[in-house]
Design a protein around this ligand. Structure first.
Ligand code: DAT
Ligand code: MG
Length: 151
């Protein structure tokens, strides 16, 4: 097992669609460990920072406006390969191209309502975890049976 971490969000559309439990279930079932969880009203400023790489793109303003219109669920998941595997669990950014069996491929139809976020690199994960969580909000614990999940 590694300590690799990823910031996963159930964005406001995911909350509205009642998919919080579904998202958690898929990561839990896969064997990843939940180390941080909160229900948050993101501010525009927080989303501007979160999505800083996309500043200037035509979807940036709608992304901030919709994302700050209601609550989201922020999570930190930990485990070997979580960043790559987490992105695979979410599916492609454009849900039309997302494979069935992924969250976006099963539930979403538009990039602007693609339900979830997942960190795309270790550098991004560190930045995003620090943006959404304080250090003391991340819990270290041993998942029972971990020896059966990892060699
Ligand atoms: P991802 O969320 O898969 O990492 P991204 O980082 O390229 O995708 O973009 C961030 C978010 O911006 C994405 O989840 C939804 C929105 N977005 C991206 N491309 C878009 C587009 N062509 N139209 C509308 N929204 C878009
Ligand atoms: Mg991204």
């Amino acid at each position: 097992a590694t300590r690799e971490r990823s910031l996963i969000l159930v964005k406001h559309d995911g909350v509205q669609r009642g998919l919080v439990g579904e998202v958690i279930r898929r990561f839990e079932n896969r064997g990843f460990k939940l180390i941080g969880l909160k229900y948050v009203q993101a501010t525009r400023a927080q989303l501007e920072s979160h999505y800083e790489d996309h500043k200037g793109k035509d979807f940036f303003e709608p992304l901030l406006a919709y994302g700050s219109s209601g609550p989201a669920v922020a999570m930190v998941w930990e485990g070997h390969g979580i960043i790559t595997a987490g992105r695979a669990i979410l599916g492609a950014t454009d849900p039309i191209k997302a494979q069935p069996g992924t969250i976006r491929g099963d539930y979403a139809t538009a990039a602007g309502r693609n339900l979830v976020h997942g960190s795309d690199s270790e550098k991004a994960a560190k930045r995003e975890v620090d943006l959404w969580f304080k250090a003391e909000e991340l819990l270290t614990w041993h998942r029972a049976g971990a020896q059966h999940l990892h060699d």
